[in-house]
Every structure is written in C-alpha cells, then in structure tokens.
Design a binder for this molecule. Structure first.
Ligand code: CTP
Length: 399
C-alpha cells in the first residue's frame, strides 16, 4: 500500500555531513503528500544548498528570524502551522542548544514555540555521539517529549564504523507515518464528504435555506484526512475554513449544484458520506428580478429537488460504502432504518434535535449510528470532532 502522509512538516536541517540526505528526505515527504517548509541553520548552508531544498519543497527555505530588509519570519505562525517538527539531521551543536533553551536562529525559535509533536534524527561521528554530554542532552530533550529517531550503526563519513549515521529518509517517513497516521484502513482511500446546507433561490437576493452549519461534515473531512484519506469535500454555503492537507474543497450553493458535484466524484470514491442538509424542495420558478413588495400574501410554488443520496444508492459501485445522515424529530429510529433500506445505504447516522447541545450550529452532537441488520451504536453527547472519530471508526470496521 502506498504510504500517504498528508501533514504539514516543518523540517529543520542542521550543519552536518548527513545534510546531504536532506533533499531525499524532502522528496520522500512530498511524495507521501506532505507539505514541507524547510528551515536551515547557517551551518547547514555549507553542506546543502537552499536552492535544492526550496526547489524540492516548493517553498522558500528560511534561516534567520529577520531576513532581508527587516522581513520577520514569524516563528510563532510557522510553529502553529506545523503538524510536526522534524529536525534531520540533528547535529551535536543544535542538540545542545535545544537541550539548553538557546534561541539564536529561526529553527530554535520554532522549536521553543512548537506545540506539535517533535522528532529529531541525530547524526554525528562516533565519539561525538558517544560523548556523555551528547547523551545527557538527548536524555534531556527526550524527557521533555522529543522523539528520537536513530541514529543507525554503520560506516561513518570519517571512515570510522559505529553508531552515528542518520536514519535513512524512507525510514524516517515510515516512522512519522506509523506514529502520526497509524494503520488506519482509510489511509490512501478516496472519500467524498458533503457538508452544510443548500440555498435555493427565490429571486436574485433571497433563498430558502436551513440551519446546518457544516461543522459535522468538516469534522469528518478533517478526521478522515488526518487518517490518510484523500477527501473530496463538497460543501454548501458555510462560514468554515479548513487548511488540512488531503482535503480538496468544492463550494456549491444549490441542491442541483451539489448533485452535479457529487455525481462527478462518487464513482471514483471508496466511501461516500452525505452529511449535507440538502434541500428537499426549491422554488419552481425563481424570479429573475427581485420580487417587489405587494399587498396580500406571496405564494411560492416549490418543486422537489433530486435526492442525491438516493441517486448514489441506485448507482453504487461494487465495494463502495455509502453513508447517509438522517435528521428526525419523531419515530426517529424507524424512519432512519427506513431510509437505510430505501436508499441502499451501508450506514446511517441519526441526529435528533431533542437533546440540548445536539444538532445545528452546536460544537457538540448526539448521534446514533445504525448499520444493516440490528447493529445500533447510540453515542453520548460529545464534540463533533469526537463524533467524527466514532463514525469513521465504525466505517473502518466495514472496510
Ligand atoms: N439527501 C440528499 N439529497 C436530498 C435530500 C437529502 O442527498 N435532496 C441526503 C442527506 O444528505 C442525508 C439524507 O439524504 O444524508 C437524509 O436526509 P433527510 O432530509 O433527513 O431525509 P429525506 O430523505 O429528505 O427524508 P425526509 O425529508 O422524509 O425526512
């Protein structure tokens, strides 16, 4: 299986001979789907060129806290952007600075500001690595939660043989992948997830909509992407943002636009999750111009929209998992089970509006996951992020 690592990686390269492996590391990370921002120490410039690393990463390489004519490279922003900080190779000198909280370049400032997992791959010659101060420094950073990869044993640049070689780039990516993506069955799978409401035009300025915020669909998309899935997120009008790698977002407005976007993407998807609150009806003849106020009532004739989920159920490719949502206010369980059968679904997630804190606009939700047969999983009130985890865990059991 191809390894997918859809993470934002801040890669620190320090000045040792093993920096010659940094271009291969950048290439392996990018190939796995990572976005890579390279930070180099000044000494690293003597071993590998910034041009090589910026070309391979597709981003300018950064070294100084202040560069050029007073341009501030914002370490706080960079540290918050990153899903993981990796320093490879890590020299004895930078290790010592990490251990003692020094902060005289951008990499060290990012290290001190980082809240994400931090990995280091030390590389140095035999006696340097054996030195007691090196080991004391490694112990110090490891006690503070830094994860240490390698070094490996073998031939060293000095001609000596022993411990000190930087772990090979592919093995570093494999370790990050195993720790941060895990062995999710969603890794490398293509998911189509819909989110949010739809807006059905009455005239050029008014529409019929609903109270869906899109939070549940976005939480599902982010969790799936973090498990290594390639997510197509088709969303109605929402005020949410996501910059998670692995998510390709398409914005639509009406049920008809959502249907078109979904029909294009569904056939290539391994899993489809329809969490959007798609309108069931739309104005039959939306006015071309703004409707003027008149005396008396205004009648708007509505016509049915296409049921996108039902279309997907009828056109489900072999092996695809189709998941629907149901929002019910009465006879919830029977209605949801009915939809599961009728629309040829594998799973349906039932929402009710009966519980405080559940449903539209909230950050929490209370759902029941209903599978074929008698399988029912009633979850307690929890954050939409936790709901997303539970729903995707359930989906993984079916893959
Ligand atoms: N859905 C859809 N296209 C529509 C309407 C709904 O794909 N035009 C999908 C929703 O995304 C959701 C599921 O169908 O996954 C159930 O939506 P819901 O509105 O609860 O059910 P309906 O089938 O519309 O049934 P009813 O209105 O009778 O409850």
């Amino acid at each position: 299986m191809e390894r997918v690592f859809p993470r934002k990686v801040l890669l620190g390269v320090t000045g040792g001979i093993a920096a010659f492996k940094a271009p291969l590391l950048v290439r392996a990370l990018v190939k796995a789907g990572a976005e890579v921002q390279v930070l180099m120490t000044r000494a690293a410039h003597d071993f590998v060129t910034p041009l090589t690393l910026s070309t391979l990463s597709g981003r300018p390489v950064l070294t100084e806290l202040i560069s050029g004519e007073g341009t501030w490279n914002d370490h706080v922003h960079l540290a918050r952007w990153a899903d993981v900080l990796l320093i490879a190779p890590l020299t004895a000198n930078t290790l010592s600075k990490l251990a003692h909280g020094q902060c005289d370049d951008l990499l060290l400032a990012c290290y001190l500001s980082a809240t994400c997992p931090i990995y280091v791959a030390p590389a140095m010659d035999l006696e340097m690595y054996r030195d007691k101060s090196t080991h004391a420094n490694l112990d110090l950073v490891s006690q503070r939660g830094v994860r240490i990869i390698g070094p490996e044993s073998g031939e060293l640049a000095s001609g000596l043989s022993g411990e000190g070689r930087m772990t090979e780039p592919e093995a570093i990516v494999a370790r990050l992948h195993a720790d941060l993506v895990g062995n999710s069955k969603l890794n490398g799978k293509r998911l189509l997830i819909t989110a949010g409401p739809t807006h059905e035009a009455i005239d050029p300025v008014r529409y019929i909509g609903n109270r869906s915020s899109g939070k549940m669909g976005f939480a599902l998309a982010e969790e799936a992407a973090s498990r290594g899935a390639q997510v197509q997120l088709v969303t109605g009008p929402v005020s949410l943002r996501t910059d998670r790698s692995g998510i390709q977002r398409t914005d639509v407005s009406s049920a008809a636009e959502m249907a078109t976007a979904c029909k294009e993407r569904a056939p290539q998807s391994d899993v489809v999750i329809m969490s959007a609150a798609v309108a069931d009806y739309r104005p039959a003849a939306p006015a071309e111009n703004k409707i003027k106020k008149k005396d008396g009532a205004l009648d708007i004739t509505l016509e049915a929209t296409e049921d996108v989920l039902a279309w997907m159920g009828r056109n489900k490719p072999n092996g695809q998992l189709l998941v629907g949502f149901a929002l019910e206010t009465n006879d919830a369980m029977a209605n949801a089970k009915g939809k599961l059968e009728r629309k040829n679904l594998d799973l349906i997630v039932l929402n009710t509006l009966a519980d405080a804190g559940a449903g539209f606009g909230h950050d929490t939700n209370k759902v029941t996951i209903i599978g074929k047969g008698t399988k029912v999983d009633a979850l307690p009130l929890m954050s939409k992020a936790d709901n997303a985890r539970a729903i995707l865990d359930h989906i993984e059991t079916l893959l």
